[in-house]
Design a protein around this ligand. Structure first.
Ligand code: ATP
Length: 280
């Protein structure tokens, strides 16, 4: 096997093919002005994700994961740093980037007065997918995500899980090479969650590059090829599970994750400090 990359050591990847990175993030910084001063949400993050790889971007609430994804999508402008998706620069080639990337998020809304079929075909049209291809894809995704029972019903009135499955299906209508997943299993039952994990594994086999943000560390450990553990805007640890195990001496992601958290964030420490301060 030969590599077209020359500037650094070969990363640990799931896919056999050595390729150019599908996601290439360099020195990304995002600062927000807040009432109390500057908040650095993302602080010098660099990462690469390759075709055929599922990258687990993990971190506690507020670590900076969603902000990082939003900058990859071009929804938020970085304070500094660059993002390239499938070779295109997010800042200077935003349309090319949007053609090649998709966000699957539990917090995305659906047009409540449209049916899943209408939403999926509308999205396909926006992305320039030919009509016959879009119709076939909608059928395939309806089967895959078990939408058949409500494909032609308005989204208003559907359950959280049903809406989430429609959300997932509509974000895959243009079949992008890069898929960003932000807590895709939030609100789903066990069957729905498993479906997402199985489909993510399928995307990997198809050679897609997937970034998967989740708090379900057990599932992440099973699904992802490599991991980036974020803490307070920085990527503190990165590598395959075997790399991380070797570096941390810990077997499970949960323990590595907790080791990153400062001692004062535990409930026991908070209770002790409250008692010490005389608060009830
Ligand atoms: P979670 O797991 O809770 O979704 P996260 O890792 O995705 O968290 P972000 O949503 O990226 O975290 O937020 C990172 C930090 O940036 C947080 O402190 C958040 O309050 C702050 N933040 C995010 N967006 C804004 C904004 N538009 N204005 C000000 N602060 C923001």
């Amino acid at each position: 096997m030969s590599s077209s990359r020359s500037d650094e050591a070969t990363p640990n990847i799931c896919s056999d093919a050595l390729a150019e990175p599908a996601v290439d993030v360099r020195d990304l910084v995002k600062e927000f002005s807040t009432a109390t001063g500057i908040l650095v949400a993302v602080n010098g993050v660099s990462m690469r994700v390759y075709p055929g790889e599922v990258y687990g971007l993990l971190g506690a609430n507020g670590a900076g994961k969603t902000t990082t994804l939003r900058m990859m999508l071009g929804l938020q402008r970085p304070t500094s740093g660059t993002v390239r998706i499938a070779g295109f620069d997010v800042a200077t080639q935003p349309i090319e980037v949007k053609r090649r990337v998709s966000l699957v998020s539990s917090s995305s809304g659906l047009y409540q007065w449209l049916t899943p079929r209408e939403i999926m075909l509308y999205l396909a049209d926006l992305y320039g997918v030919p009509d016959d291809e879009a119709a076939a894809r909608a059928e395939m995704l309806a089967d895959l995500f078990d939408l058949r029972g409500f494909m032609d019903r308005r989204c208003a009135g559907m359950s959280t899980g049903q809406q989430q499955r429609v959300n997932l299906a509509r974000s895959l209508m243009h079949d992008p090479p890069v898929v960003l997943m932000d807590e895709p299993t939030r609100g789903l039952d066990i069957v729905g969650s498993r479906r997402i994990f199985e489909y993510t594994a399928h995307l990997r086999q198809q050679g897609k590059a997937v970034i998967f943000c989740t708090h379900r560390l057990d599932e992440a450990q099973r699904l992802c090829c490599r991991f980036g553990l974020m803490f307070r805007g920085q990527l503190k640890l990165e590598g395959t599970l075997a790399d991380l195990q070797q570096r941390t001496g810990r077997e499970h992601l949960t323990d590595m994750f907790l080791d990153l958290m400062p001692a004062e964030s535990s409930m026991a420490a908070r209770l002790t400090s409250l008692q010490g301060s005389g608060e009830p």
